[in-house]
Design a protein around this ligand. Structure first.
Ligand code: COA
Length: 254
């Protein structure tokens, strides 16, 4: 069974994180599968909407930390950056269904989704600082824009989780439903979108995004440079080793 399931039905392509035993943490191969699926979805006239979903207990624990240690992204063409580029420029509607933890890219990816539905157990977090890293996915631009500077600073500097109701309040989430219903709810919304004229959906999305498309691209490139460098530095190495060894990181000597 693949770690990313890809299913097309009635114009809706559904991409499902399917690595629940590892909390849907995302490996390079999974980023590549997601990036390819979005590319295919963009080209294929039979795909009108894409849904990204996880399990009712876990959306995604973010990047696979063992992969970060053993196989850090080496260039702009690394699968993680390809996925971020493809998601941020994806022209058709992108819908997310989130239940349980959404860590790191599990939250920042949502900045590039058009509609986000959450289970009431959803817990969003961007713990980049706690891992010796910095934000990615243009989140250093988009999170302050979305929630205001001080709430963004709390989310990005403290890195603590915030729950579905808080995400609803700051505009990250469209609606909160029971976790067992979130995937079906997102699917129903996606079907409604798929029945609408695709050219109008694409044009409306383009017009909402065109004003800052270049800024998003530039921010992502700037973040990518820092992120790639910081992945190889002592703070991140200590944070990743601590996670793998199931202990608290010690940054006192770094
Ligand atoms: N990378 C690699 N493996 C991960 C992982 C990750 N990001 N997140 C979880 N796992 C693995 C654990 O190592 C564990 O594996 P094991 O059973 O072989 O020991 C398994 O998934 C279950 O994780 P566990 O931490 O026991 O589950 P939990 O329900 O107590 O906590 C999370 C869930 C998501 C809150 C917690 O796993 C977590 O904080 N993960 C790290 C998140 C993170 O920092 N991501 C990077 C963001 S850039």
């Amino acid at each position: 069974m693949s770690d990313i399931l890809n299913h097309l039905d009635q114009g809706v392509m559904t991409l499902t994180f399917n690595r629940v035993d590892k909390k849907n943490s995302i490996t390079s191969a999974m980023y590549a599968a997601l990036a390819d699926a979005l590319e295919q979805a963009e080209q294929d006239a039979n795909v009108r909407v894409v849904v990204i979903q996880g399990h009712e207990t876990i959306f995604s624990a973010g990047n696979d930390i063992a992969d970060f240690l053993n196989n850090p992204p080496a260039s702009e063409d690394a699968p993680v950056f390809m996925l971020l580029r493809n998601a941020s420029t994806f022209p058709k509607p992108l819908v997310a269904a989130v239940a349980g933890p959404a860590v790191g890219i599990g939250t920042t990816l949502l900045m590039h989704c058009d509609l986000v539905y959450a289970g009431d157990n959803a817990a969003f977090s961007m713990p980049f600082v706690n891992l010796g890293l910095c934000p990615e996915a243009a989140s250093s631009l988009l999170v302050p824009q979305m929630m205001g500077y001080h709430r963004a600073a709390e989310a990005l500097l403290m890195g603590e989780p915030f729950m579905a109701e808080a995400a609803l309040e700051v505009g990250l989430v469209n609606r909160v439903v029971p976790p067992t219903e979130v995937n079906n709810y997102a699917q129903a919304q996606a079907r409604k979108l798929a029945a609408k004229p695709l050219s109008s959906l694409i044009e409306t999305k383009r017009l909402m995004k065109v004003g800052q498309a270049q800024q998003v691209k530039a921010q992502m490139a700037e973040e990518g440079k820092s992120f790639g460098r910081m992945l190889r530095e002592p703070a991140a190495k200590e944070a990743f080793s601590a996670f793998m060894e199931k202990r608290k990181p010690d940054f006192s000597k770094i």
